[in-house]
Ligand binder design. Structure first.
Ligand code: AHR
Length: 515
């Protein structure tokens, strides 16, 4: 038995030495696990857009969350919640807006011009509440600029028209001289917004119009036909992809796009939520395992959808997006009443789910162009939760913060020696003399001593951080906002070997210097 197993904090489990299973003083077993990393096997660039976010006019994501208004007692920067801006700055490469289902009944003209004159409309997607349109195109672009995010608009196909979408593009991107660009100037921005990413509808198989794939392709072509580079920025059009791994949608859409090369989208966006069988703070280990198993299906869906897309997109000109994902647990009615529709608490389980998802995304970096977890504040798998002046960084926030080091690095092969459906998960990436590694232990009752063998590079030193709580339902609540924080973690490095202990339910990210 190697010495490292007997250091302070861990002891040999009674009679378990031969099976190399250890027991920690905290009472969980510590099992050996092997990982192989090959720095010479490159998978693809981890584009910053792979850590994208999504903001929707839903519950308190926008109003009361990101946007409190200029006259709010909540500290703000021109109406944006100051604390949220500070927390999000530099963490959000791309932000999708305004929906979601909301997008396919959103009329952009309602959200520009003097606020007092903007119409009061009804948000038919999320509870028929009054939408006063105080947060519109200019406010969204202002937010993106404050936090350093690239804007990604979802245009209205469901109840909108091709004219409305092309006018929105002209309004945003035409430099000056047309009535619409002059209107933008009059509304406060002489500079064009240069919006590049444009979704042509959202979930048009569902809330975005209840269409079949071929019906949507017909609509898509009409809308795309009038999209233009109104100025310097050529629009990158994203077509609605399947719900999960629905291959019939993909076949029907691309079948009806045959011969329509001019209107072919640059992106194709799938959605895949990981549903929960309980409310977020009452999960049992079995319910958690079921939810975690969805990430196996998600990885399979990405691989299969990309392969199917390749049969139509033989020149590989269409990027696959995964622009809605995350855990969707059962809702607590009182919480929804107080904090808005689809509000759910974010727990240690949610953090592990986010890290399992990001590991899939890193491992499949060569097949993906963008991903957007839903939603950034107060809805589903959020980074931040707010209550009046309070703004809490969730465990999801910390997972994104810890794994940010992967961005702009090249994903490299990293495999678990004895993979299990819900077992150790790994992703690795490299740039120059730095390697980033994320290890996730999704098991609630077993710790892991992870032994990584490194080929194609030599490890000189490493630093690591861990996010961990033994209680799967523990959360950074409004009462305990700092319960789960990343901490420094020990990792041993020896040339071709890295060793780290992972307690149950933990996420570890290591930055390794190569020599
Ligand atoms: O994220 C909530 C909703 O889920 C989105 O509005 C919609 O696109 C999806 O069905």
């Amino acid at each position: 038995m190697s010495k490292r197993f007997t250091r302070r904090g861990f002891m040999l489990g009674a009679g378990a030495a031969s099976a190399a299973i250890l027991t920690s003083r905290r009472g969980f077993s510590l099992e050996p696990a092997g990982v192989g990393i090959d720095a010479s096997k490159e998978i693809g660039l981890i584009r910053p857009e792979l850590h994208g976010q999504f903001a929707e006019h839903l519950g308190t994501c926008i109003y009361g969350g990101l946007w409190v208004g200029r006259n709010s007692p909540v500290p703000n920067i021109d109406g944006y919640r100051r604390q949220a801006v500070e927390y999000l700055k530099g963490l959000v490469p791309v932000l999708r807006w305004p929906g979601g289902c909301f997008a396919d009944d959103y009329h952009w003209r309602d959200g520009v011009g003097p606020v007092a004159r903007r119409p009061k409309t009804v948000n038919i997607s999320w509870g028929n509440n009054i939408e006063d349109n105080a947060f519109g195109t200019h406010e969204f672009i202002g937010l993106c600029r404050l936090i350093g995010a690239e804007p990604y608009f979802s245009a209205n196909v469901g109840s909108g028209t091709p004219e409305e979408m092309r006018d929105w593009m002209e309004y945003c991107n035409y430099p000056k001289g047309s009535s619409l660009s002059d209107m933008r100037t009059a509304n406060g921005s002489a500079e064009p917004f240069n919006v590049k990413y444009w979704g042509v509808g959202n979930e048009n198989w569902g809330c975005g119009g209840q269409m079949s794939g071929d019906e949507y392709a017909t609509q898509y072509r009409r809308f795309a036909n009038y999209a233009r580079a109104f100025g310097e920025t050529r629009p990158f059009l994203v077509a609605c992809g399947p719900n999960g791994n629905n291959q019939e949608w993909t076949r029907k859409f691309w079948g009806n796009m045959a011969g329509a090369r001019r209107s072919a989208p640059q992106g194709f966006a799938m959605h895949f939520y990981s549903n929960g069988l309980n409310v977020s703070t009452k999960f049992t280990p079995a319910e958690m395992e079921k939810q975690f198993s969805s990430f196996v299906e998600i990885e399979q869906a990405i691989v299969e959808q990309r392969a199917l897309l390749d049969t139509y997109d033989t020149q590989k000109q269409v990027g696959l997006l995964f622009d809605e994902w995350g855990v969707w647990d059962r809702m607590v009615p009182e919480e929804q009443t107080r904090y808005g529709r689809l509000f759910q608490q974010i727990t240690m389980r949610s953090a592990v789910a986010a890290a399992l998802g990001l590991n899939v995304i890193h491992r499949q970096a060569g097949k993906l162009l963008m991903t957007n977890i839903a939603q950034i504040v107060n809805v589903l798998h959020s980074l931040l939760l707010t209550d009046g002046p309070q703004c809490v960084r969730t465990t999801t926030y910390y997972v994104y913060e810890m794994t940010k080091a992967h961005l702009s690095q090249t994903a490299i092969a990293a495999t678990v020696e004895k993979p299990e459906p819900v077992g150790l998960s790994v992703s690795a990436s490299r740039k120059g003399g730095e390697l980033t590694l994320t290890l996730v232990n999704p098991k609630p009752d077993a710790g892991l001593t992870v032994n990584c063998s490194l080929a194609g590079a030599t490890a000189r030193s490493a630093t690591a951080r861990i996010l961990h709580d033994a209680d799967l339902n523990a959360a950074n609540t409004f009462a305990t906002p700092d319960r789960i924080l990343p901490r420094d973690h020990k990792i041993t490095v020896d040339g071709a070997r890295l060793v780290a202990d992972l307690p149950p339910l933990s996420v570890v990210t290591a930055v390794v210097r190569l020599g």
